[in-house]
Design a protein around this ligand. Structure first.
Ligand code: C5P
Length: 338
């Protein structure tokens, strides 16, 4: 007959001594089995808690995330908490921002437009521009390499041109030209980041990435790329309207709050672009970031206009420290020129 394990509490010690040796042995075995069972359950519970406390966007260690030697999304304890709150990178018909985010965003470059005026403008935008951005999704068979090219004077004489052009994605920004600077900055541009005051004519195959700081920036986009609205029937800006992408204001807030801990008025175009690239690429090389000896954000393509420019409204030193930290953690390669 099969014996069953009886709870210990049901047996008095005085009775145990009267039981036959075989039964005692059976009880000892039951106690050991129970101990092993509870230990195993304990270990399982602890480990599942441990894994569930990983940031959602960092997958389990050793999982193959991309085909590069090292992928940006490989787990890095020093950066946990920075990647797991990422909102959608770009505006689309499917995702828009909440009124709370709008109220944060409207303070960056104040203008008197309501949330409903913003929403109406966004609707108009997506009647003209692609309803969702074209992105290359991550895959274990792919290694998406990115060069992020800032506008620093440290690019002068760097000879980085061929290295920059070697990347799949080359992101340039604002008024940073290639013509006349090919040896140091390259010739290839797949994405060009801009806002109305830094607008730049593009060829037909480069993606225009608008960083909007207010509702009228979205209206500017419509006006600049819509031929009908110009008297000479030409758009104000040369660019392929089917390749337009618009940064999500929620992403700007995420970079300011989560990465920069609210330092400075708001992140610089370059820093926003760099963090954006960490979410678009598996490997990121950073060029053209760094102030001159006096701490000014000078440009490789023009002499410094204002001696006291420094880093403008932006927390340049804090941004620079984060760039250096990402370099130390081998998340990016930071190429500073020679
Ligand atoms: O000056 P501009 O905003 O066009 O430069 C683009 C970006 O390049 C800046 O937002 C900044 O992040 C970076 N930059 C830099 N050092 C410079 C000039 C620009 O880090 N000397």
């Amino acid at each position: 007959m099969r014996r069953q394990c009886v709870p210990l509490a049901a047996t008095g010690t005085e009775l145990i001594s009267e039981r036959p040796a075989a039964e005692m042995l059976h009880r000892k075995l039951c106690v050991r089995l129970l101990l092993i069972y509870f230990t195993a359950v304990g270990i399982f519970m602890t480990s599942s808690w441990f894994f569930s406390s990983y940031p959602r966007s960092f997958p389990p260690q050793n999982a193959s995330l991309c085909a590069c030697d090292k992928c940006i999304m490989d787990f890095e304890p020093g950066l946990s908490g920075l990647f797991n709150k990422t909102p959608e990178l770009f505006l689309s018909t499917k995702n828009n921002i909440s009124e709370k985010i709008f109220n944060w965003w409207r303070r960056l470059q104040p203008e008197w437009r309501s949330f409903s005026a913003y929403q109406t403008t966004v609707k108009k935008v997506f009647q003209i521009f692609p309803p969702s951005p074209q992105l290359t999704e991550p895959s274990p068979d792919r290694c998406r390499t990115c060069a992020v090219v800032g506008n620093s004077g440290i690019l002068n004489g760097s000879h980085y041109g061929p290295l920059i052009d070697f990347h799949d994605i080359v992101i340039r920004m604002n008024r940073g030209p290639t013509k006349g600077y090919e040896r140091d900055v390259g010739t290839k541009t797949t994405h060009h980041v801009m806002y109305p005051h830094s607008s730049f004519n593009l060829d037909n195959i480069t993606r225009l990435v608008l960083f909007p700081y207010k509702t009228s920036d979205l209206e500017w986009l419509i006006k600049s790329l819509t031929p009908r609205e110009k008297p000479d029937n030409k758009p104000g800006l040369e660019a392929n309207k089917d390749l337009v992408m618009i940064l999500n204001p929620a992403f700007m807030r995420y970079v300011h709050h989560v990465w920069l801990k609210k330092k400075g008025m708001y992140p610089s175009t370059g820093f926003l672009t760099l963090i954006l690239s960490l979410h678009m690429c598996d490997e990121v090389d950073v060029f053209g970031f760094g102030a001159d000896r006096s701490g000014n954000w000078n440009h490789y393509f023009e002499p410094l206009a204002v001696e006291e420019l420094k880093t403008g409204n932006h927390p340049g030193n804090d941004e620079y420290k984060i760039i250096q930290r990402l370099q130390r953690l081998k998340k990016i390669r930071f190429l500073r020129g020679w």
